[in-house]
Design a protein around this ligand. Structure first.
Ligand code: FMN
Length: 317
């Protein structure tokens, strides 16, 4: 399985475990990298010294490449960048900001840079900014999301025909068949978030993991578009948002309702009532908490089987 993505990152499979606040620390990232994918440490929920600790532990746990996700909204970003450079992290996935801001600086240090987008327009901007690859993330995805609501099925072929650099599909992928579908649409690899929340190595709270494996189709929704759009589980906290909308709340009132620390409360501390529980639509298909290496192996095995099926007469008509 050698392609543009495996060669770019020097990994075995074009399968990337997404950087996720409160869920993807060194344990998950190193487990995925050891299993042949690319593991990502989600730095958006870490103080600078915590990120440093996670990078050091990740390096001790794997000799394979791994990455750090850098959401550009993060207040201590300069310290994060210095830590990443000091520890020779080989790959950085930037998100939630302008790709021009840090790409040249990171690349000067020999770091591969990938930028996450949710539209064709921003994919082209990322390419212009000189990134090595783009992650195009569809509306199905867990966590913060684009405003345009473009689904992965539509976004990937549209981005694929507009850019010349490698393309990674994200949003709604949790199986080998999903991975093959994304590759058929023009992606060179996939970034998977929600599926890896339900692993023992993820730092998500046990209660949140149980919500994920019990979620049904229709249990998540994209909301708070006036602030930063986010896909989450429709729990009690969400129902308060819904009520606020019914009461015609202003953006300031929504911000007040959101307050601070909701994502930590829900995903890390396991408060299923008051917390924000970010997860993607694919949670309706996730039924088991299983080790990250098994998730990777299962997806790759299913991918190969699906590819064989596809190449067989079954698909001819
Ligand atoms: C719990 C959770 C936290 C996330 N946190 C981040 C983050 O900190 N930075 C980021 O760029 N994307 C974040 N995302 C989005 C993922 O990186 C990824 O693109 C997305 O999960 C892919 O869609 P999927 O959930 O359908 O697999 C998060 C997603 C989830 C589910």
């Amino acid at each position: 399985m050698q392609n543009k993505i495996t060669s770019l990152f020097n990994i075995q499979y074009p399968l990337i475990q997404a950087g996720m606040i409160w869920c993807s620390g060194w344990e998950l990232a190193s487990a995925v990298s050891n299993a042949g994918g690319l593991g990502i440490i989600g730095s958006g929920s870490m103080y600078p010294e915590i990120l440093e600790e996670h990078i050091v532990k990740c390096k001790a746990a794997t000799d394979k490449p791994f990455a750090v996700n850098l959401p550009m909204l993060y207040p201590n970003i300069e310290e994060h960048i210095q830590t990443i450079i000091r520890h020779n992290v080989p790959v950085v996935f930037t998100s939630a900001g302008n790709p021009k801001t840090y790409t040249a600086r990171l690349k000067e240090q020999g770091i591969k840079v990938v930028h996450v987008v949710s539209s064709v327009k921003f994919a082209k901007k990322a390419e212009e900014a000189g990134v090595d690859a783009v992650v195009a993330e569809g509306f199905e995805a867990g966590g913060h999301n684009g405003r345009d609501e473009t689904t992965t099925l539509c976004l990937i072929p549209m981005v694929a025909q507009e850019i010349n650099i490698p393309l990674i599909a994200a949003g709604g992928i949790g199986t080998g068949r999903g991975m093959l579908a994304a590759m058929n649409l023009g992606a060179d690899g996939v970034q998977i978030g929600s599926r890896f929340v339900a692993t023992p190595e993820s730092s998500a709270h046990e209660q949140f993991k149980n919500v994920v494996i019990n979620a049904q189709e229709g249990d998540t929704i994209l909301t708070l578009k006036e602030l930063t759009p986010v896909r989450l589980i429709k729990n009690d906290f969400y129902r308060r948002i819904e009520q606020a909308y019914e009461d015609c709340a202003t953006a300031e009132q929504l911000n007040e309702l959101l307050g601070r620390g909701r994502a930590k409360k829900g995903m890390f501390e396991g408060d299923l009532v008051e917390g924000e529980l970010e997860i993607g639509q694919i949670s309706g298909l996730i039924r088991e908490i299983k080790p990250a290496a098994e998730v990777v192996a299962e997806i790759i095995t299913e991918y190969k089987q699906a590819l064989a099926d596809q190449n067989s007469a079954k698909y001819l008509f």
